[in-house]
Design a protein around this ligand. Structure first.
Ligand code: ZN
Length: 218
């Protein structure tokens, strides 16, 4: 009986990973985090989808993360940056987020005799988030193994896929409608198609258009 744990947010990428994991492993668990994000509607989406997928979901409250550094995903007074003029990370970067998430995930995994952890990070559509890079994931994997004297395997099925390819994967997994209508990726917390104007919506919707077009072209 193989077991895996998915770091889950209710968004497009981690939902695709959730169903990817269900195909690869016998038993799948998920964890989500309340880290002080603006839109708790994301967590409601996560709960609803996990339930439909029959995946037990555990939610950890780590909202102190938002009080340490400023970013527009947790700070209500800060506007989401739309156009970046330089190479610096966008102000939606929550410093340290993926390291914290994966560390909690690893502790939870070991407590439940799970070795395989899945995260939806990727660097193909690299938007300046250092903790989405493959180099970081490989390094953290090694650190977690040493830290807990336990063999983890962090899987990143989306690492080298762009948004168009992620839509294709969702379609192959038979969940394209679920992704389109139930997941929340929008920085303004609007489900499905989203607000259409934030950087996350633009990336998601452009990928979908490209994918649907390539599917029509056959
Ligand atoms: Zn949006």
């Amino acid at each position: 009986m193989t077991k895996a744990l998915v770091v889950y947010s209710g968004g497009q990428d981690s939902t695709t990973c959730l169903f990817w994991a269900k195909q690869k492993f016998d038993e799948v668990f998920a964890i989500s985090f309340n880290y002080g994000q603006r839109h708790l509607v994301e967590l409601s989406a996560a709960k609803k989808i996990a339930e439909q997928a029959s995946v037990p979901l555990t939610i950890f409250n780590i909202d102190l993360l938002s009080s340490i550094s400023h970013n527009s995903l947790t700070d209500q007074n800060m506007e989401v940056e739309f156009d970046q003029s330089d190479d610096s990370p966008p102000n939606t970067l929550v410093e340290g987020r993926n390291m914290i998430f994966l560390t909690y995930a690893a502790i939870f995994a070991k407590a439940n005799s799970i070795h395989d952890i899945i995260t939806g990070v990727g660097q193909a559509d690299y938007s300046g988030y250092p903790d989405c890079r493959n180099e970081f994931i490989l390094s953290l994997n090694q650190t977690l193994n040493l830290s807990m004297d336990y063999q983890y395997k962090i899987h990143t099925p989306l690492m080298w896929l762009d948004k168009t390819e992620i839509w294709k994967l969702a379609d192959d997994l038979g969940i394209i409608d679920l992704i389109m209508y139930q997941t929340i990726t929008c920085y303004h917390g609007v489900p499905g198609e989203g607000c259409g104007t934030c950087p996350s919506c633009k990336l998601r919707n452009r990928g979908l258009l490209n994918y649907l077009k390539s599917r029509e072209d056959g």
